[in-house]
Design a protein around this ligand. Structure first.
Ligand code: PGA
Length: 265
């Protein structure tokens, strides 16, 4: 684990939750916080409408960081329906998911746009959580690592070492998202290790150590322990199983215990 950085447990709310539901979620985390042993950082990626108000609650709960789920790459202007990194930062976002496969599939996010978006985040002090990963067909054809390398080189083109270290890379195999088919710890570990080696190759060993790599795709209460054991894993990203706060608390507790054990050994 990178020095000074914590294991991430990310919750992606997607297009879910009203104001009242969001507040109830945060309040449940506040009560459960002592159980996380200060070992993990809970990153809540919420709808834009909830960001500012929930970020206002978060300072009293040190384990929580607020995040958004998308951003536009331009600073400002006539982009109806879009939101800028400056606005997200102003609303209290410390993280932003970029290049989620649902954005790629339904809203035409390309690897190049992902790169622009990630750079816009970094410019405004927001840590981009950049999602990369292969489709089922690509995995079947043995193209997983080639796809990861292509995405790595395109999404992070022009990144300095410092930018890389301030980025979180989320390995999200497309076939695992929302499908209930989680990757095996071996599959996730192989991808994470490959990504870590690419950072070493194109940057340095120090940068590779400082950059957090997390796994997302059908992580659930029932499988999170094994996913934390995958090689080179600095966190997990959870979608549907985290929408129920009690599940998210259980997942976070499992991660916190695992991380504390790892440190002790
Ligand atoms: P899932 O979603 O956990 O429902 O598969 C993961 C994600 O979209 O980040």
């Amino acid at each position: 684990m990178a020095a000074g950085k914590k294991f991430i447990v990310q919750s992606n709310w997607k297009m879910n939750k009203t104001f009242e539901e969001g507040l109830a979620y945060i309040s449940a985390i506040r009560s459960a916080e002592p159980r996380f042993l200060g070992a993990v950082e809970l990153v809540l990626c919420v709808p834009f409408t909830l960001l500012k108000v929930l970020a206002g609650e978060a300072p009293g709960i040190p384990c929580i960081s607020m995040g958004a789920q998308n951003v536009h790459w331009e600073e400002k202007g006539a982009f109806t329906g879009e939101i800028s990194a400056a606005m997200l930062s102003d609303a209290g976002a410390r993280y932003c998911v970029v290049g989620h496969s649902e954005r790629r599939e339904y809203f035409a996010d390309t690897d190049e746009r992902v790169q622009w978006k990630a750079k816009a985040c970094l410019k405004h002090g927001i840590t981009p959580i950049v999602c990369i990963g292969e489709s089922f067909q690509e995995r079947k054809r043995g193209q997983t690592l080639a796809k990861l390398e292509y995405q790595f080189l395109t999404c992070f083109e022009g990144f300095t070492s410092q930018a890389m270290e301030n980025t979180v890379i989320e390995y999200e195999p497309i076939w695992a998202i929302g499908s209930g088919h989680v990757a095996t710890p071996q599959q996730a570990g192989e991808a994470h290790h490959f990504i870590r080696e690419m950072i070493k190759k194109y940057y340095s060993e120090a940068t590779a150590l400082q950059t957090r790599i997390i796994y997302g795709g059908s992580v659930k209460v029932k499988n999170v322990l094994e996913m934390t054991q995958a090689r080179d894993t600095d966190g997990v990203g959870v979608g549907s199983d985290s929408w129920d706060v009690q599940n998210f608390i259980k997942i976070s507790e499992t991660c916190a215990q695992r991380v504390s054990k790892r440190k002790a050994s």
